[in-house]
Design a protein around this ligand. Structure first.
Ligand code: GLP
Length: 241
């Protein structure tokens, strides 16, 4: 793991967006793995800015998002599809048919998970994956568990995640209890990974990810075993390193 500490969220956004730009310039038909949450927003803003300035062309790019809530359709303003449209896809030129977000309203969500794995494989695998981290060390919606999940699957969200994500909903009761998520195995197949974290409420999760044992009780700790992972944190999130 290559750990880098930055001054603030803005500096991380600039650095992470530069990694994406380098990836797209190096391989214009690359496959990008994208994440939701508040942490990647400065990265996506910077990517949009670079596109507007003509520095990066996303027209050959394919994208796969990490996860989606079960039961929210793409038009729901708390769905991750909607989030991606608003925060990134409306502002850059990835062709619509190359954007992939799991469908939380598929008639058969189990089959949806299998199809998603097939589509990632058919696209040639993910070149660069961005991740945030949950306060309990989750990546995507891979919650602390007894084992690392190999592939895309359905999860029951933990109380801590429901609590953390309720800020986007009218109340905690409105947060979906289940989600579809790429597995730890799917994420580990990405050729390069950048994981970003800001703020003191992520400090313990960042410490456990970087310094703790590799254990499914901190799903992000598996990234210690990935050959090309950059960890970008601000001073508050990196305070316990
Ligand atoms: C959600 C997402 C994760 C994200 C995490 C942290 O649960 N499924 O992919 O990393 O929250 O979000 P934030 O960046 O808002 O702290």
């Amino acid at each position: 793991m290559n750990v880098r500490i930055y001054k603030d969220a803005q500096a991380i956004g600039t650095a992470a967006a530069a990694l994406f730009a380098a990836q797209v310039i190096d391989k214009p038909n690359c496959v990008l793995g994208l994440a939701t949450g508040s942490t990647p927003i400065p990265t996506y803003k910077k990517m949009a800015e670079m596109y507007r300035e003509g520095a990066v062309d996303f027209s050959g790019v394919t994208t796969f998002n990490l996860d989606e809530y079960v039961g929210l359709d793409h038009d729901h303003d708390q769905s991750y599809y909607y989030f991606m449209m608003e925060n990134l896809f409306k502002h850059i030129n990835v062709p619509h048919d190359r954007i992939h977000v799991l469908s939380g309203t598929a008639a058969d969500v189990e089959a949806e998970c299998g199809h998603y794995e097939d589509k990632i494989k058919a696209a040639g695998g993910i070149d660069l994956q961005i991740l945030g981290i949950g306060r309990n060390g989750h990546i995507a919606f891979n919650e602390p568990a007894a084992d690392f999940a190999p592939a895309t699957h359905i999860v029951e969200l933990t109380e801590s995640t429901i609590e953390a994500n309720k800020r986007f909903f009218a109340s905690a009761d409105d947060v979906p209890r289940r989600a579809l998520t790429m597995g730890i195995g799917s994420i580990m197949k990405a050729r390069s990974i950048v994981i970003i974290a800001t703020g003191s409420d992520k400090a313990e999760a960042v410490r456990d990810m970087v310094k703790g044992p590799i254990s499914p009780s901190c799903p992000a700790s598996i990234l210690q075993a990935h050959p090309d992972t950059v960890v970008m944190v601000d001073e508050a999130a990196g305070a316990l390193l």
